[in-house]
Design a protein around this ligand. Structure first.
Ligand SMILES: [Zn+2]
Length: 134
C-alpha cells in the first residue's frame, strides 16, 4: 500500500460518517475514483458502519422485551390452573422450592428466552435490510 492510499484509508471512517472538512472529502473522492484498493476499503467501511448502526438500533429499540410482558406472565403463573399443572415436574426439579414460585421462575425463564430470540431475529433483519439498501 502506498502512502497516499494509507492516508486515504485512514480518512475513510470519517468519510463514510460524513465528518470530514469539504476539501479533505474532495481529495478522498478524487483518489477513490482511480484506486480499486481504496474503493474496496470504502465498501468494507460502509458495511461495518451499517452493522454498527443496526446494532445501536437493536440495543435501543429491540433488546428490551415489550413493557409489561414479564409482569403479565408472572401474573399468569400465579393463577391456580397453571400452578397446578407445573407444580409436579417443578417440585421434582427444584427440591424444597415452593411449587408456586417454581412455576413463576419457569415461565419467566421461558419469557426471557423468547424475548431474546425475538430481538436477535429483529436485529438480523435490520442488518440485512440496511446492507441491501445502501
Ligand atoms: Zn488508494
Amino acid at each position: 500500500m502506498n502512502r497516499i492510499c494509507a492516508e486515504v484509508q485512514a480518512e475513510l471512517p470519517d468519510h463514510v460518517a460524513g465528518e470530514q472538512p469539504w476539501w479533505r472529502r474532495r481529495l478522498v473522492a478524487v483518489h477513490l475514483r482511480r484506486c480499486a484498493d481504496c474503493q474496496a476499503e470504502l465498501a468494507h467501511q460502509r458495511t461495518v458502519l451499517a452493522g454498527l448502526a443496526a446494532m445501536g438500533d437493536v440495543a435501543a429499540e429491540d433488546l428490551a422485551p415489550p413493557a409489561g410482558l414479564l409482569d403479565s406472565l408472572l401474573a399468569q403463573a400465579e393463577r391456580p390452573g397453571l400452578r397446578g399443572r407445573a407444580a409436579g415436574p417443578a417440585r421434582g426439579a427444584i427440591s424444597g422450592a415452593r411449587p408456586g414460585l417454581s412455576a413463576a421462575f419457569l415461565v419467566a425463564g421461558a419469557a426471557v428466552g423468547t424475548a431474546a430470540g425475538y430481538a436477535t431475529w429483529r436485529g438480523a433483519k435490520a442488518v440485512r435490510s440496511r446492507v441491501t439498501r445502501s
